[in-house]
Ligand binder design. Sequence first.
Ligand code: SF4
Length: 710
Amino acid sequence: MPLTLPQIDAPPVGVKTHCPYCALQCGTVLAPDGSDNGVSVAGDAGFPVNNGRLCVKGWTAGDLLHHPDRLLAPLTRERGRPFRTTSWDAAYNRIAAAIAETKAKYGPAAVGFFGSGALTNEKAYLLGKFARVAVGTPHVDYNGRYCMSSAAGASNKAFGMDRGLPFPVSDIALARTILLVGSNPVDTLPPIAQWFDKQRESGGKLSVADPRRTPTARNAELFLQLTPGSDLALANGLLYVAIEENLVNPDFVRDRTTGFDAARRVALTYHPARVEQLTGISEADLRRTVRMLAGPDPAMILTGRGPEQQSKGVDTVLAFINLTLALGQFGQPGSGYGCLTGQGNGQGGREHGQKADQLPGYRLIENPAHRDHVARVWGVDPASLPGKGRSAYELLDSLGRPDGIRCLVVLGSNVAVASPHLNNIAERLKSLDFLAVFDPFVNETAELADVVLPVIQWAEEEGTMTNLEGRVIRRRAVVEPPVGVPSDIDVFGELAARLGCGDRFAFASPEDVFDEFRLATSGGTADYAGITYDRIDRENGVFWPCPTEDHPGTPRPFTWRFGHADGKAKFHPVEHRPAGEEPDAEFPLYFTTGRYLEHYNSGAQTRKVGKLKGSKPEPRLQVHPELADLHGIEDGSWVTVECRRGVAEFTAEVTTVTRPDTLFAPFHWGGRGAANLLTNPALDPTSRMPEFKIAAVRIVAVRPAEGGVA
Ligand code: SF4
């Protein structure tokens, strides 16, 4: 069955921009029209990532622009009282005063900022600068930490550079074989399926490793339905087979890598019989998988959130990189390792300083030379820059605690739905002295705020995004924002002026921010110095690194050398270990989470779009028929699920998609059906990624559909 959506050509007139949602950043053409939205959305047939195709989220994104729930004026309130509208001046004054009072009483580290992979590069850059220069706090992090941070950590260790996909998505069509691990792009990145279709039409093969038989897995030649949390053991087992069957590429390993012997020694302890015990995957399937990937024809391994959102996510990705390196699958188009990043600007968002350990250009905040460079661009003393702050979950877990954050500002992120262990996060948010949220809508996090500041949306703003390929693209303003509603860039200017450093945040336009940001990235790993708005328009996007204006950009950075100083990739010996929480007698089932085609992240936007809400109005708990029989669950039954941290309630979908030992629910909702009431905040030691994919749970109540609660 072909995976591709029908292609619909763009209308003849309109402005080219990009979808507001996921990391594919599909090209769109927006044309002002007489509809309620004021704009029509079509796919851009000239953008080489999606070739005119969009998923249903992209087609309907215009519904957000003039949505009746859209906030048009700031909201403020005293604790325990309802929101009331206030003037922009009063809102800015209140936020600036809260920051200044918190600094005076507890010090700058008591102020925290939480950003988003949805912010443009310009806004992510300014957020990091504002936190460090205007406030002086180390505590700025973002929801990308919940997305691809384990793959980023592994790529930095192995390659010396984190470029989610170190090749254009069109390379997928050139691979003879693809091993896709814990990713379901048919639902999460639908237009990318055209490249998988082309690969198959040319005789290519696809293997999928996933605990669920997803729509993507149903199209694979080989489906490895592994035990949740056993991906690392699977990868080591595949490397064992590659070594045993003499499928390792010795020339590549000798010339382009270091550290193979140590990785080899560890892999040789993963005999197929041991791996079958850990993963449930047979020796025959292990051998088939490796044989499909090995040889002179190009093959690639792609990972998604499945192996990454684990407390051993970095080591798990490293194990798959070890396998790709050992097989010598780098250098020719159609080969390599890549991460299918999720969030719209997940890639750019992690490069430019809204992450607790980083400065713009992928510089490190604890590296003295890196601090010097950025401090020079910002016109401040390097010694004045704070050090490394807390990671996303740790930052939120510190709210209101002694030595924790007392005043928090959240931009474009719905942490009250998107974070693990939601009962704890809700309690922490309520314990703050002050919470400000910048967002076009009142989401579950904003409901807890003292001030909510409306900001402009995607089709109303100029800026740049960096998609999952490392391609820097333009977001264009097509429609007028509501009168008076500012960009976050203007908000930083207003607040900085009130905090006494307005001159450092006085920018005439997003392009003005971009020009300073180019200087800040110059010479860094993610070097954008040679990228200009004009070039992006002319060249349909520019791939970083791009150090000078006459540099062509770098679509495939690892063709000849890797990012480490010696130009070589590094093997890392990595061992399987249990998840932070494994099923036991008390909590005997796995619980795992993921996405619906119709919704994006916490659903704060997509739950407001009629077509999307109508198609998927609620989260449904996938239960295997064998387990359903055991508990008397029918399709539509209400099922209460409990873990050590909380209880959630869902309607059941009885299906063979999932395993008999594994429950699945999407994470796009808050309230009683919030999947994150059950997820485990156990963190990866390197990436600080929470273990969203594995929790131990039990079924505690089942009620027939007619007896359910609203
Ligand atoms: Fe938008 Fe992603 Fe859908 Fe493309 S795949 S239309 S970027 S949500």
